[in-house]
Design a protein around this ligand. Structure first.
Ligand code: THU
Length: 133
């Protein structure tokens, strides 16, 4: 398991945020995560003239995670346009939970929090395994 360097993650999230395409909300978001194999993946929000089609930064991160070889998310930092820690929206907590599970850590103003804390009573892959498919 790789050591978590939160400073590296914060800087990677800020770098991604600077690439955000957010002309409509003017609310750029960046996110970066440490993966189980030690690499760093990141993402930024990408909006659309058809407002509802905008992609959250976390969508980009998950896409980047899978496209570069997969693995598990160990630690995640999400930032707003000022570089302040941002609590991901509900949908994105679900996305992060899928690829990090309940033990993944998310940086907040109160320090690192587990995904179990950020998304209590989460529905996830284990729930599907309880039924025959
Ligand atoms: N946004 C994200 O990228 N991630 C979140 O977790 C919260 C919201 C984006 C969506 C939209 O482009 C902008 O922030 C304003 O809501």
């Amino acid at each position: 398991m790789s050591e978590i360097d939160w400073n590296v993650l914060h800087n990677a999230a800020i770098a991604a945020m600077k690439n955000a395409y957010a002309p409509y909300s003017k609310f750029p978001v960046g996110v970066a995560a440490l993966v189980s194999d030690g690499r760093i993946v990141s993402g930024c929000n990408v909006e659309n003239a058809s407002y509802g089609l905008g992609l959250c930064a976390e969508c980009g991160l998950v896409s980047n995670l899978i496209a570069t070889g997969g693995g598990r998310l160990i630690a995640i930092t999400c930032v707003d346009g000022q570089g302040n820690f941002l609590a991901p929206c509900g949908r994105c907590r679900q996305l992060l939970f899928e690829h990090g599970g309940s033990h993944a850590l998310l940086m907040t103003d109160d320090g690192p929090q587990t995904m179990a804390h950020m998304l209590p009573w989460a529905f996830g892959p284990d729930d599907l395994d309880r039924n025959e498919r």
